[in-house]
Every structure is written in structure tokens, then in C-alpha cells.
Design a protein around this ligand. Structure first.
Ligand SMILES: Cc1cc2nc3c(=O)[nH]c(=O)nc-3n(C[C@H](O)[C@H](O)[C@H](O)COP(=O)(O)OP(=O)(O)OC[C@H]3O[C@@H](n4cnc5c(N)ncnc54)[C@H](O)[C@@H]3O)c2cc1C
Ligand SMILES: *[C@@H]1O[C@H](CO)[C@@H](O)[C@H](O)[C@H]1NC(C)=O
Ligand SMILES: *[C@@H]1O[C@H](CO)[C@@H](O)[C@H](O)[C@H]1NC(C)=O
Ligand SMILES: *[C@@H]1O[C@H](CO)[C@@H](O)[C@H](O)[C@H]1NC(C)=O
Ligand SMILES: *[C@@H]1O[C@H](CO)[C@@H](O)[C@H](O)[C@H]1NC(C)=O
Ligand SMILES: *[C@@H]1O[C@H](CO)[C@@H](O)[C@H](O)[C@H]1NC(C)=O
Ligand SMILES: *[C@@H]1O[C@H](CO)[C@@H](O)[C@H](O)[C@H]1NC(C)=O
Ligand SMILES: *[C@@H]1O[C@H](CO)[C@@H](O)[C@H](O)[C@H]1NC(C)=O
Length: 614
């Protein structure tokens, strides 16, 4: 199946194609792109691996003042401007621009495998993502700091300035804001003229959202914070990562690459970094090979100051392990000489879980189709005439992001049973003691998370579809991303270990039951005779659990945690500055460093991470 948000926006993308095909391609100027290794210099101050979301952001910031030279090496290519334009920036049908790695069979999902989808182009996953632009809560980032070790600056107050710096906010139009009660806190958002990543509202919204919003507001415990950017959760509107003028995708390439012409900023495309080179435990450069042609003689480039790995949470641990940095026992199985034994590399792997619950409201009245997103899953929209253009919508702009005490009265029971678990009970048998110690700390924090209203345990996209995506925003089953020990050049072995801890299944059941109560018991929906079409109300108890095993998607394409910013003795890989423990001149800057999932889609946190160290 296609990634959820791509599927969600597909009809809009079609309309955009119709309206945009006559427009002329725009000529972009951009960083110096090299596609032949013969063109590069022998040494740079910084060599960045991966021209993705975080890699381009950090490279842009490092070259801004002209004092340092940076080479970025990217496995994939620069996609044409026409592709962005033709898709309205919202949908890419080109299979060449994403990876699709097959996960290991997941025993708790009836041995199903999962396609691990990641962006593969200049821009990385920010080029193919659903453009949902959210952060997570204050409590969640304070949790990052709690796991991060003494005096960690990765708490809410420590990260907020970099969230502000990372994007340029455009508020919604007044008529739209009034009709939908879209509010925002200007202090939580930045408008730095040097930041070209845009957080923008579309000019239009589907008025069928209004009754869905009104009903959600009445659910017990639901609060409406001023926005989702100020650290509190509830029912809120959020922008998308789109350009405020063209309503095209705004992503790492348009923000940190296009329109930048600097002698000291070069990008080499279609070359794969195989490993980091060392002098003792000091990183000195990288070894890489061309992707095209028959000549696979390894090439190398020196980094005078640092090597920065920004290959994403799936490939960064692979490159580290191939370079001799990782769990000693794993490296020995693959005959890789150990440079530094860091047991946490590739462990603590986490992603969001979701599935789709279907509803229809088959009332006798016909629906008023205000936009292509309206289906028979929403009550009639109020008769509000709005200006604006429906094709500026890229995906959901509103959701309920809520804590377990709002989802279920059983939260304390679940939290105390989780807290009482033996931390080793659901981890792989050979888990290293330091990784286990890290899990124990996570478990204790997470038990508090289960009792907190201000942690996003559930995300429901509100309105617009006949049913909803129900998503677990935090999981307790941690997976692994390890090299394939029989072929280290093959894609890494991705094991979500989905639902390996039964608490995750319980949480999904509670999340579905919350959504059921919302649809079936809300007075606002009753006149329309709501009907659950999938799985159906008769599916309860064990049958519901079996339905979850059969339909659950163990990823929302938000892999994190495989090079966690935690102390070494707690299974951590990088320190406060994101430098590797026990290694000199090697840093990781991407989704791998998150010590635990934010209760949010992960692009904004990635930009924040790159700004904080950039
Ligand atoms: C389909 C999809 C939908 C998503 N939807 C949303 C959303 O709506 N909202 C949201 O906030 N987030 C979303 N995300 C998540 C978000 O986009 C990612 O978390 C974020 O972009 C990851 O950034 P990164 O810097 O860690 O890695 P990436 O941006 O993935 O960059 C890694 C780069 O490294 C390159 N690379 C890897 N290995 C090598 C190598 N050996 N040599 C050279 N280069 C290499 C890759 O080709 C890639 O370009 C989505 C992601 C996907 C895939
Ligand atoms: C990923 O690969 C799987 C298995 O080959 C396939 O079923 C799925 O459709 C692919 N996904 C995408 C988005 O191409
Ligand atoms: C999954 O695969 C394993 C190993 O092949 C097997 O033992 C198990 O019975 C399978 N589970 C299901 C539900 O098919
Ligand atoms: C509008 O949003 C604010 C939060 O900014 C909330 O307090 C208020 O209750 C909302 N009003 C309505 C009518 O929904
Ligand atoms: C690049 O700069 C030009 C001129 O300022 C502008 O018109 C264009 O939109 C910019 N492109 C991007 C991708 O920002
Ligand atoms: C909506 O309101 C407009 C203006 O008040 C009116 O002309 C129109 O008939 C109404 N449409 C419906 C479907 O009630
Ligand atoms: C490891 O790589 C080999 C060779 O490419 C492949 O046949 C095998 O399936 C891979 N193993 C896993 C677990 O992915
Ligand atoms: C509810 O939906 C199911 C599945 O689509 C359908 O079989 C059933 O007839 C519907 N029930 C009602 C009362 O509409």
C-alpha cells in the first residue's frame, strides 16, 4: 500500500496536475551539485553523509558565514523541478525517489512484513512526506532530557528556540481562522528572514470539519490549547510544510539548498558512503562508491574538522556498524574490526503505529460536498461560504492529540502494570546490559507518560474522511536496525518487533474504543445513524485484537532512536553535542538521535535537531 498521507492527498494531487501543467518550469539556482567524484576536492572541513532533511539543514548552517567548507554526499539524485511542480509538490509517483526496504516478518502481526519507506533524493524524506507540521509536547521533550543524562539541554525550554528558528510561519487568513477557530501563539513560531522552510495554512478548509470538531470538543477531558506549538496538547489546528505563495512543498531542498550559491557548499549525488575512516578512534573522512557504472573502486575524501552522519535512522546505524562502531558481538559476527564498542547503535528503534477505522453516517439527507475531501463519513457541513482554494490543502491540519487519561479510565491500571514489568521480559534475549539499563529508565519515564494528560498517546485526524486514522504516538516495544551480517552491503535488517510488548496492543485497543465512543455516542452524530464499517462494532475483545494484528501498520514512516542521545551506560550513542561517545570528530545529526519518539510526526523535530547543533 502507498504511504498513508500520500494516499490521503492523492485526489488533490490529481487536481493540481490538471491546473498546473500549463505553468512554466521555474529555474532554480542551488548549491554546487557535483555528480562526478573527480570534481571533488581532496579535503573539506566537514563531510556530511546524506542530503536529507537534517543533512541539508546542517550543511546550510555550517556554510552560512563562509568560514567552513562542506561536502554533502548523497546516494540518490536531484529530482527535477518539473516533478515538484507537476505534483503540486504533494505526490510523487516516481518509484526512484524512495527506498522500500522489506522489514523482517513480524510475529505479532501474523508474520506480515512491512515496506520501510524513506525518501531517496536531495531533500531525503522531507521530499516525500505528508507535510504535517507538528512538534509534540513540553512533557515529551522534558522526557528527552530526563533520558539524556545529567544537565541535558534537550528539554522543552532548550529545544523551543530551535523550533522557532527552523521554520518561517505564515498565519491563516482571517476568514478561515474565524470560521474554524484557528488560533496560534506567535511567540512559539519564528519568522526569521534567513529561514526559508515555511509553515503555512492552506487558504481553504472543508466546512464538514466543523461538526467533527464540535463533537470532539465535547468528549470528556478534551482541551483546546491555543495551538500545538506551545507545548500543550488537545484538539488543535496546525500548519503544513508548504510555501505560502505557491502552495508547493516546502522541504529541506527548497529551504536549505535551492537558491544557495556558495563556493564552500558542494553536494555530490549518486554516491554511496560505505564507511567512516579512522585514525585510531578519530574520524578522518569517509569511503564511498559511485552508484552508477561498473567501476566500484572505493574512493575517499578527508574531513579536517568532522564527519557528520545524516543518513536517517535506518542508514546511520548501518554506516556506523559497517565502520566498526556498534555492538561488538554483532560486528564480530560480520568480521568487522571493532573501532569502538557502542552497544546501543541500531537498538532502541521506535516508530509510530497506526491503522484505519472506517465509519459512515448513512443519514437520509444528502451531504453537501464542499470539497473533494468530504465523504459520507461526516455530518452535513454548516452553510458557510468561504473564499480560498481547496487545492491548497495538502493533508490534515487538525487533529486530536491526547493523553491516556483522556483516552481511557483504565490508564492507571495500564501504567502500573507496565511499570511492574521485568524490563528484560520483552527485549531480545541477547540485549546488552547497557541497552537494558536504558530501557529500564525509559520504562519508568513511560509509566509516567501513561499517567500524563500532556503526552500524546493517541492522534486522531479529525474530519474529512469516512473514518479515521487512529495512531499510537508512543510505543513500548523497541526494535532493532542491524547490518545484514552475511552481506554488509545489503540493506540493513529492520525489525520493528511490533507489539512484542503486549502493552502496545492494549493501547491500540483503548485508542480504537475511544474513537468508537466519539463516533457512536456523540449527540452531534446520532441523528445520522453512524455505522462502523471496519472492523464493525461486533468485533470486540479477542476478535478486535486479531483484527489489529491483521491490519496494523507498524510505522508511520517515522523511524527514530537508533543512535540515541543518552549516556553510554544507558545504551546511548551520542552525547549532548551529538558527538559519538568515545570517538573524536564524528557526529550524528538526524532522527536517529531522538532518545524516544516525540508525540508528533518527526520532520519538525529533525529540523530542530539540525538547527540546535548547526
Ligand atoms: C512517506 C513518509 C511520510 C511522512 N510524513 C510526515 C509528515 O507528514 N510529517 C512529518 O513531520 N514527518 C513525516 N515523515 C517523517 C519525516 O519526513 C522524517 O522523520 C525526516 O524527514 C527524517 O529526516 P532525516 O534527516 O533523519 O533523514 P532523511 O531525510 O531520510 O535523509 C537521509 C538521507 O541520507 C541518504 N543516505 C542514506 N544512506 C546513505 C549512504 N550510505 N550514502 C549517502 N547517502 C545516504 C538518503 O538517500 C537520504 O537522502 C514522513 C516520512 C515518510 C518517508
Ligand atoms: C514496497 O514493497 C512491497 C513489497 O515488494 C510492495 O508490496 C509495496 O507496494 C511497496 N511499496 C511502495 C510504496 O512502493
Ligand atoms: C510465524 O513464523 C514463525 C517462524 O516461521 C512460526 O513459528 C509461527 O508459527 C508463525 N506465526 C504465524 C501466526 O503464522
Ligand atoms: C477556540 O479556541 C480557543 C483556544 O485558542 C478555545 O479556548 C475556545 O474554546 C475555542 N472556541 C470554540 C468556540 O471552539
Ligand atoms: C529563489 O529566489 C528567487 C528570487 O528571489 C525567487 O523568486 C524564488 O522563488 C526562490 N526560489 C526558492 C525555491 O525559494
Ligand atoms: C447557503 O447560504 C446561501 C446564502 O445564505 C444560500 O443562498 C444558499 O441557498 C444556502 N445553501 C444551502 C444548501 O442551504
Ligand atoms: C542478507 O543479505 C542476503 C544477500 O543479499 C540476503 O539473501 C538475505 O535475505 C539478507 N538477510 C536478511 C535478514 O535480510
Ligand atoms: C454498516 O456497514 C456494513 C459494512 O459496510 C454493512 O454491511 C452494514 O449493512 C451497515 N449497516 C447499516 C445499518 O447501514
Amino acid at each position: 500500500m502507498y504511504p498513508f498521507f500520500a494516499q490521503f492527498v492523492f485526489p488533490i494531487a490529481l487536481i493540481a496536475v490538471l491546473t498546473l501543467t500549463s505553468a512554466k518550469p521555474v529555474a532554480f539556482r542551488h548549491a554546487n551539485v557535483l555528480s562526478r567524484a573527480g570534481d571533488i576536492k581532496e579535503a573539506y572541513d566537514y563531510v556530511v553523509v546524506g542530503a536529507g532533511t537534517s543533512g541539508l539543514t546542517v550543511a546550510d548552517r555550517l556554510t552560512e558565514d563562509g568560514k567552513h567548507t562542506v561536502l554533502v554526499i548523497e546516494y540518490c539524485h536531484l529530482i527535477s523541478d518539473e516533478v515538484i511542480e507537476a505534483g503540486g509538490g504533494r505526490f510523487f509517483a516516481d518509484p526512484g525517489i524512495y527506498y522500500n526496504i522489506t522489514s523482517t516478518p513480524q510475529p505479532e502481526l501474523n508474520n506480515r512484513t512491512q515496506g520501510v519507506i524513506l525518501g531517496c533524493c536531495v531533500g531525503g524524506s522531507s521530499a516525500v512526506n505528508g507535510m504535517v507540521f507538528v512538534r509534540g509536547t513540553k512533557t515529551e521533550y522534558d522526557g528527552w532530557a530526563e533520558l539524556g543524562g545529567p544537565d541535558s539541554t534537550w528539554d522543552w525550554d532548550g529545544v523551543l528556540p530551535y523550533f522557532r528558528k527552523a521554520s518561517h510561519f505564515t498565519h491563516p487568513e482571517e476568514t478561515l481562522a474565524e470560521a474554524f477557530n484557528i488560533t496560534w501563539n506567535p511567540d512559539s513560531w519564528g519568522q526569521d528572514p534567513d529561514t526559508h522552510l515555511y509553515a503555512t495554512f492552506p487558504t481553504f478548509q472543508n466546512t464538514a470539519i466543523i461538526p467533527m470538531y464540535e463533537a470532539m470538543k465535547k468528549m470528556p477531558g478534551i482541551e483546546i490549547p491555543i495551538d500545538g506549538a506551545s507545548g500543550d496538547n488537545g484538539l488543535f489546528w496546525h500548519p503544513a510544510s508548504i510555501d505560502p505563495e505557491k502552495f508547493w512543498r516546502s522541504y529541506a531542498r527548497t529551504a536549505h539548498y535551492d537558491n544557495i550559491s556558495r563556493e564552500n557548499f558542494e553536494v555530490l549525488t549518486r554516491h554511496k558512503v560505505r564507511r567512516v575512516l579512522f585514525d585510531g578512534t578519530t574520524a578522518t573522512g569517509v569511503e564511498f562508491v559511485p552508484r552508477d557504472g561498473d567501476d566500484t573502486t572505493p574512493l575517499s575524501v578527508k574531513a579536517n574538522k568532522e564527519v557528520i552522519l545524516s543518513a536517517g535512522a535506518i542508514h546511520t546505524p548501518q554506516i556506523l556498524q559497517k565502520s566498526g562502531i556498534g555492538p561488538k558481538s554483532l560486528l564480530e559476527q560480520a568480521d568487522i574490526p571493532v573501532v569502538v564498542d557502542i552497544p546501543g547503535v541500531g537498538q532502541n528503534f521506535q516508530d509510530h503505529l497506526y491503522l484505519y477505522v472506517g465509519y459512515e453516517l448513512p443519514s437520509p439527507e444528502p451531504r453537501r460536498l464542499t470539497s473533494i475531501l468530504v465523504t459520507n463519513g461526516t455530518p452535513p457541513a454548516p452553510n458557510v461560504t468561504l473564499p480560498g482554494d481547496p487545492s491548497t490543502i495538502t493533508g490534515p491540519n487538525i487533529g486530536a492529540w491526547i493523553g491516556l487519561p483522556v483516552v481511557t479510565e483504565n490508564y492507571e491500571d495500564i501504567a502500573s502494570r507496565y511499570a511492574a514489568q521485568d524490563p528484560a521480559a520483552y527485549l531480545p534475549a541477547d540485549t546488552h546490559p547497557s541497552v537494558l539499563a536504558g530501557y529500564e529508565a525509559f520504562q519508568s519515564l513511560h509509566a509516567d507518560f501513561l499517567r500524563s494528560k500532556n503526552v500524546n498517546m493517541l492522534w486522531i485526524v479529525v474530519g474529512g474522511l469516512n473514518g479515521a486514522v487512529v495512531m499510537n504516538m508512543h510505543i513500548v516495544s523497541h526494535g532493532t536496525v542491524n547490518i545484514n551480517t552475511t552481506d554488509i552491503e545489503a540493506e540493513p535488517v529492520v525489525d520493528y518487533r511490533a507489539l512484542s510488548n503486549p502493552i502496545d496492543l492494549e493501547l491500540m485497543v483503548e485508542n480504537i474504543l475511544f474513537y468508537r465512543r466519539y463516533m457512536m455516542e456523540s449527540e452531534d452524530f446520532k441523528p445520522y445513524g453512524p455505522n462502523e464499517t471496519s472492523p464493525g462494532l461486533e468485533v470486540e475483545g479477542e476478535a478486535l485484537e486479531e483484527w489489529i494484528r491483521e491490519t496494523l501498520i507498524p510505522t508511520n514512516y517515522h523511524p527514530v532512536g537508533t543512535a540515541g542521545k543518552k549516556p553510554l551506560e544507558m545504551g546511548g550513542v551520542v552525547d549532548e553535542e551529538l558527538l559519538l561517545h568515545g570517538v573524536e570528530r564524528l557526529r550524528v545529526v538526524d532522527a536517529s538521535v531522538m532518545p524516544l519518539l516525540p508525540g508528533a510526526n518527526t520532520q519538525q523535530p529533525c529540523y530542530m535537531i539540525a538547527e540546535k547543533v548547526g
